[in-house]
Design a protein around this ligand. Structure first.
Ligand code: UDP
Ligand code: MG
Length: 324
């Protein structure tokens, strides 16, 4: 039986409350892809938006048959929305992942495709500058990447790289085999391996709308990254325990020495209290770290599906030229 014609390239776009930018995004995307010489589709994932994003998508699909829509049953967060898009992407040769807010320029996609044609499975876009971001955000991002590089071991995260990238069909198939609930995409992208190459570009500030990130979310994102990427924090517990035990023994030896040679001066309870509180704090923190991992184990053992799709409206390839 013949299956329905699939496009060679899928562009996957997760969107949450992006009604203002989507039409402009689609216009620029279609324009950027005019000259690539492949049939393409764009898979818009509506991640439970509260605004009119879904009807904007429906409008785009009515005007352009290359548009596919995945409407999720609620807001699941970017990482899962992205996975839903990748699950539904029919691109038989390559898949591009891009944000809807035009911070990732669609005009870079032809350059990604060119590098992919040189034989790289993963072509990731690497930012030169972070225009329009505060120095605090830049500094925290830099610190995060440095930490992850220290912790990464064999799996190294490329710095200043977001989700914007092109991946070959076989790389995407590998990625989709990783079905964990806690989806730290940067980590998953790095984990699968395959020949990779960076293409550099300048990241623009958001075109419209507002970012859904704040510092609390970024902190949680970093925790997510570290705990789903490495078990190094668990080792910290071992070493902190070791160091405090050695310090305690040294302190005891000093106490005994003073008692035997100089009598028994009572040091008083403040020092005792300080030590007890300090150790209590350290123990709580270590329990917290164990708890972070335990919570993740709990979530994974439930084996829930990653998301539910309310509706999937595929793109229609028939009768559409590659350059539209
Ligand atoms: N996004 C999503 N679900 C969410 C939050 C964001 O699908 O719960 C989408 C959003 O519409 C955008 C992309 O993920 O296309 C990146 O989001 P954002 O611009 O807020 O993140 P930043 O660029 O600041 O990392
Ligand atoms: Mg953005």
């Amino acid at each position: 039986m013949m299956s329905e014609a699939a496009p060679a390239l899928s562009v996957v776009v997760p969107a949450y409350n992006e009604q203002e930018v989507l039409p402009e995004f689609h216009r620029r995307l279609a324009e950027a892809l005019v000259a690539i010489g492949m049939e393409w589709e764009v898979v818009y994932v509506n991640d439970g938006s509260r605004d009119t994003t879904l009807s904007v998508m429906t409008g785009l699909q009515a005007a352009d048959p290359r548009v596919a829509i995945v409407n999720l049953s609620r807001n699941f967060g970017k990482e899962i929305a992205l996975t839903a898009g990748l699950d539904h992407a029919r691109g038989s040769e390559a898949i591009v992942v891009i944000d809807a807010d035009l911070q990732d320029p669609p005009e870079l996609i032809p350059a990604l495709i060119e590098t992919w044609r040189e034989g790289f499975d993963v072509v990731y876009a690497q930012r030169n500058t972070r225009e329009g971001e505060t120095w605090v955000k830049k500094a925290t991002a830099a610190g995060f990447y440095r930490l992850m590089q220290r912790l990464g071991g064999k799996v190294q995260l490329p710095p200043d790289t977001g989700d914007f990238r092109l991946m070959s069909r076989r790389a995407i198939d590998a990625l989709l085999k990783l079905r964990e609930q806690h989806r730290f995409m940067k980590g998953l992208f790095a984990w699968i391996g395959f020949p990779s190459r960076a293409v550099r570009y300048d990241r623009a500030p958001r075109a419209a709308g507002t970012t859904k990130w704040n510092y609390w979310k970024l902190w949680n994102f970093s925790l997510e990254g570290i705990t789903s990427f490495t078990v190094a924090p668990l080792k910290v517990a071992t070493y902190v325990g070791l160091v405090t035990s050695v310090a305690a023994v040294a302190y005891l030896a000093q106490l005994l020495f003073r008692t035997f040679f100089f009598g028994n001066p009572v040091a008083g309870y403040p020092s005792l209290l300080a030590v007890v509180l300090f150790l209590g704090g350290v123990q709580m923190m270590m329990l917290g770290i164990i708890g972070e991992y335990l919570g993740r184990i709990f979530n994974e053992t439930k084996q829930r599906p990653l998301y539910f799709t309310e509706r999937y409206a595929p793109s229609r390839m028939d009768g559409v030229g590659s350059s539209g």
